[in-house]
Design a protein around this ligand. Structure first.
Ligand SMILES: Nc1ncnc2c1ncn2[C@@H]1O[C@H](COP(=O)(O)OP(=O)(O)O)[C@@H](O)[C@H]1O
Ligand SMILES: [Mg+2]
Length: 282
């Protein structure tokens, strides 16, 4: 096999939004097949390259997934590489990017077992609503919003979350409701396409429902390029998620370099661009 396109047990044939990669690889004459990451029958030495795509249970089993990447990285050429998977599956990487000068969504980091006085924090920073979320997460899992009027519930939620792991505390950015979140997708360091997405938290008011392609905004592209430069190593695929803070500034929300949805269904040329980037790794 040339390319193992790595997915998870609930989507053995890939997500339909990501599946256009398979015909694009086949059109380049490559033998590419979906493989479930923890399928014990798979011998990873039998594929030239393995590309992580829809392993969408990795945040639920981070330790097992990171160990898997490290093992498979020794048997075949894994993208993104195991060390990227290790740091990118824990959002402390945002703290490091911020220390490197990247404008990230403002975050207060609460250590495991620790706490912070949310009433005082929100007063000091003038935050109307607060978002609490775990450092290992995806799909807004265990991500909660509380207005000032619900401080008691917020404080108790923080305690529950921090009992399990480090917690991120952020101001609730209202622009998610109107502008959504912008996902800039890069293959091998080159910009491919940009997608505007509705809020991920289920009960959030939203100005639009469906993710859609949009013209990249140059200031946001510049931030993405800064982020990728700060990583310091080329990534076969990356999705840079950009938000607008309550003062109207552009912020890095996340750098998804593990298993980002790449919205390959929205741009007819994107599957070929990714397939060509993969072919260059062979
Ligand atoms: N500070 C915030 N303000 C407003 N909405 C947020 C904030 N943080 C997260 N969200 C919402 O929750 C979703 C998930 O949070 P995110 O930080 O992207 O983590 P993940 O995608 O790993 O779950 C976002 O897409 C956004 O809709
Ligand atoms: Mg996200």
């Amino acid at each position: 096999m040339d390319v193992a396109v790595v997915t998870y047990a609930a989507l053995p044939q890939l997500d339909e939004k990501e599946a256009p990669l398979l015909p694009a690889l086949a059109a380049l004459g490559l033998d590419a097949r979906p493989v479930v990451w923890d399928d014990p029958r798979m011998d990873w030495r039998t594929t030239k390259v393995a590309v992580i795509r829809s392993t969408w249970d990795s945040h639920l089993r981070r330790n097992a997934f990171v160990a898997w990447a490290s093992k498979v990285g020794k048997l075949t050429c894994l993208h993104n590489p195991p060390e990227v998977i290790r740091w990118n599956t824990h959002k402390a990487y945002l703290r490091r990017l911020e220390a490197q000068g990247i404008a990230c969504t403002p975050t207060v980091w609460v250590p495991q077992g620790g706490t912070v006085d949310l009433a005082a924090l929100m007063r000091e920073r003038d935050w109307e609503s607060v978002v609490l979320k775990p450092v290992v997460s995806a799909d807004a899992l265990k991500t909660y919003r509380f207005p000032r009027a619900e401080l008691e519930a917020a404080q108790s939620c923080l305690q529950t979350l921090s009992a399990a792991d480090e917690v991120m505390v952020q101001p609730y950015l209202t622009a998610f409701e109107t502008e959504g979140e912008r996902a800039y997708i890069f293959f091998d360091g080159a910009f491919s396409h940009a997608v505007r997405r509705p809020p991920g938290m289920k009960d959030t008011p939203r100005g639009f429902q469906q993710p859609h392609l949009f013209e990249p905004i140059s200031e946001e592209l510049r931030l993405c390029e800064q982020v990728l430069a700060a990583v310091g190593q080329p990534l076969l695929y990356a999705r840079v998620d950009v938000a607008t803070d309550n003062e109207g500034r552009t912020r890095l929300q996340e750098l998804e370099a593990t298993e980002p949805g790449l919205f390959l269904n929205l741009d007819p040329a994107a599957p070929t661009r990714l397939a060509q980037a993969i072919a260059r790794k062979l």
